[in-house]
Design a protein around this ligand. Structure first.
Ligand code: APR
Length: 257
C-alpha cells in the first residue's frame, strides 16, 4: 500500500529530519497494530475497546480483586485475538532498523514476531505473553501459550492468583524499563511517535522529555491528537503505508556507536 501522494511534502520534511538525527527511537501505541487487526482503545469511529468495555472493571486492580475470573476471561479473549494476527508492514519497517530501540505501550508480541530483538523493545505496559503472580512480593512469572488460554489459577509459589503481566490503571510501570526509556529519550535527536493518542501518563510524558531538549518529534497517525499538536511533522495516515516509505534506505540508531 503506497502512502497518499498528498503526504509527499510532509514525508520529505520528515526524511530530512531523520537524515540529520544521529539518534532516533520509536514510541508506539495501539495504532501500530491496528492494521494487523487488533482493536485500539480509544479510536473514535472503530470498535475501540474502551467504547465497548469498562476499563475500571477489566483493567484495574480494583476490578481484578472484585471479580478475578471475569478479568482473566477477558484477557483470554484478547489473547485469542493476539494469537490470530501477524505483524504488518509497519512492524516490519521498524524491525528493519536493527539498531533502533522500540519503546512501546503495546502488550502484543508483534514487534518480536517481526524480528525486533527482545532487548531492543521496552514494553512500558507489560507483555501479554507472560503471567505473573498478583502478590507484589512474589516474583513468579510464567510464559503463556496464547492459543491455550488458562483459567483463573493460583501461583505455585505463594498461592495468590496469577494474572497477565500487564500494567493496569493505577499501577506503576516496570521500574527498570521506565528508567531506561526516560534516559534514552533524554539523549535522542528525534522520536518517532506511532499510533498513540498520547493521553496515558507517564508513558505520554516521554514526548515532553524529547521536546524539552528541543529534539524533533515526527508523528504517524491518521488522526490529529495530543502528539501531533507538538510534532515537527505530522504524517496523517496509516502506519503500514507510511513507515516503510519514511524509513526506506535509512539505517537509524538510538544510541551512539
Ligand atoms: N496507523 C497509525 N495510527 C493509527 C492507526 C493506524 N493504522 N489506526 C489508529 N491509529 C491511532 C489513532 O488515531 C489513535 O491516535 O492510534 C491511536 C490509538 O490510541 P489509543 O487507542 O488511545 O491507544 P494508545 O495510545 O496505545 O493507549 C495508551 O492506554 O488503555 C491504555 O494501556 C493501554 O497502552 C494503552 C494506553
Amino acid at each position: 500500500m503506497n502512502p497518499d501522494p498528498a503526504l509527499e511534502p510532509a514525508l520529505a520534511r520528515a526524511r530530512d529530519i531523520l537524515a540529520q538525527s544521529p539518534r532516533v527511537a520509536a514510541f508506539s501505541g495501539a495504532g501500530l497494530s491496528a492494521e494487523s487487526g487488533l482493536a485500539t482503545f480509544r479510536d473514535p469511529d472503530t470498535d475501540a475497546l474502551w467504547s465497548r468495555f469498562d476499563p475500571t472493571e477489566l483493567a484495574s486492580l480494583e476490578g481484578f480483586e472484585a471479580n478475578p475470573g471475569r478479568v482473566i476471561d477477558w484477557y483470554n479473549w484478547r489473547r485469542s485475538k493476539y494469537a490470530a494476527v501477524a505483524p504488518n508492514a509497519a512492524h516490519r519497517a521498524l524491525a528493519a532498523q536493527t539498531r533502533m530501540i522500540q519503546i512501546t505501550q503495546n502488550v502484543d508480541h508483534l514487534l518480536e514476531q517481526a524480528g525486533v530483538a527482545a532487548e531492543r523493545i521496552y514494553h512500558l505496559h507489560g507483555n501479554m505473553l507472560y503471567d505473573r503472580c498478583h502478590n507484589r512480593n512474589c516474583d513468579h512469572h510464567e510464559r503463556v501459550d496464547l492459543d491455550k488460554p488458562r483459567q483463573l489459577r493460583n501461583c505455585p509459589r505463594c498461592g495468590d492468583y496469577l494474572r497477565p503481566a500487564v500494567v493496569w490503571f493505577g499501577e506503576s510501570l516496570p521500574r527498570e524499563t521506565w528508567v531506561q526509556a526516560e534516559r534514552l529519550c533524554r539523549e535522542l535527536d528525534c522520536l518517532l511517535v506511532i499510533g498513540t493518542s498520547a493521553t496515558v501518563y507517564p508513558a505520554a510524558g516521554l514526548i515532553d522529555v524529547v521536546r524539552q531538549r528541543q529534539s524533533r518529534v515526527i508523528v504517524i497517525d491518521p488522526n490529529p491528537g495530543a502528539a501531533s499538536d507538538v510534532a515537527d511533522v505530522h504524517l496523517a495516515g496509516p502506519a503500514a503505508a507510511l513507515l516503510p516509505a519514511l524509513l526506506e534506505g535509512f539505517d537509524l540508531a538510538s544510541t551512539a556507536r
